[in-house]
Design a protein around this ligand. Structure first.
Ligand SMILES: [Zn+2]
Length: 278
């Protein structure tokens, strides 16, 4: 399960409280492929004071008042807070970030495919942030939803980080269920009322999830808990109407939806399956 905007935002707030003002000591690298930049080197941050920890899309942004460090957890990356810092070197370890007189952040990896990564950026360099679209609460994104002519399916559009940053598969399923829209509907096919409903659903789903996440303490552990209303709940009753939730395979993963609430009772064709049959 990939942490999305609410999990990363709340985590950035906890880390900011824990670490802001602390001088960086060093990065103990356990998995060398996780370092996505070589210049400037991580050592260049030594003794610099951490101004704060923020978030952009699904990235944690460690601000050193010019230089920045980014951390992306991807699918299976998680963060453990070590107080006091440990010296262990487990196989799942990615990097241990050490700070003076503060707990250490230990990044571990439970996934096998998409790996956690981190970047050290020189002042003014946006690195991977340069290609990101607006945040879901930015006016630019609001404009796109209310008056854009994007012909792609909404599910695809919501997950495209260049279009809107921070939403993944999980909250996309829940947003479409909240808005009572088919996962296969395209944005350009929606009338004004449906567009407004979609925008409201995006904001409500993310705000509710963030409020829940803000009750979490510590780092971000392997199990993220029951975060979703319909995502990952195939076969369970729809929380709105009680019908059994359906699933459809799309672009290599599974979308969960309620046929009664979202598609006028229509069962969506599994494109992968129909190709096999043909
Ligand atoms: Zn339903």
């Amino acid at each position: 399960m990939v942490p999305e905007l609410p999990e990363m935002q709340a985590l950035s707030e906890r880390l900011d409280t824990l670490l802001a003002g602390a001088p960086f000591v060093r990065a103990e690298v356990l998995q060398f492929s996780s370092v996505k930049t070589f210049d400037p080197p991580p050592e260049s941050l030594s003794e610099l004071e951490l101004v704060g920890v923020g978030r952009r899309a699904k990235y944690l942004v460690f601000d050193f008042g010019g230089p920045r460090m980014l951390l992306h957890l991807s699918q299976g990356g998680r963060v453990t807070i070590e107080d006091p810092p440990k010296k262990t070197r487990p196989k799942t370890g990615v990097v241990r970030l050490l700070w003076r007189d503060r707990p250490a952040l230990f990044v571990v990896e439970y996934g096998t495919q998409r790996k956690a990564g981190w970047w050290v950026l020189a002042p003014g360099d946006d690195g991977p942030l340069a290609v990101l679209g607006p945040e879901p609460f930015d006016s630019g994104f609001e404009e796109l939803i209310l008056s854009g002519s994007d012909g792609r399916r909404i599910h695809t559009l919501l997950r495209d980080q260049r279009t809107v940053a921070g939403i993944g598969r999980g909250y996309s399923d829940d947003i479409l269920h909240r808005a009572q829209l088919s996962p296969y509907a395209s944005l350009s096919s929606l009338d004004d009322g449906a567009r407004r409903k979609l925008l409201d659903a995006i904001h409500e789903v993310l705000e509710e999830a963030l409020a829940k996440e803000r009750r979490r303490t510590g780092g971000l552990e392997a199990k993220l808990g029951d975060r979703f209303t319909v995502h990952g709940r195939f076969g369970q009753p729809c929380p709105r109407c009680g019908e059994k939730l359906k699933r459809v395979s799309y672009e290599g993963y599974e979308i969960v939806y309620c046929a009664a609430c979202q598609t006028d009772g229509k069962i969506l064709a599994d494109r992968r399956l129909s190709r096999l049959i043909r």
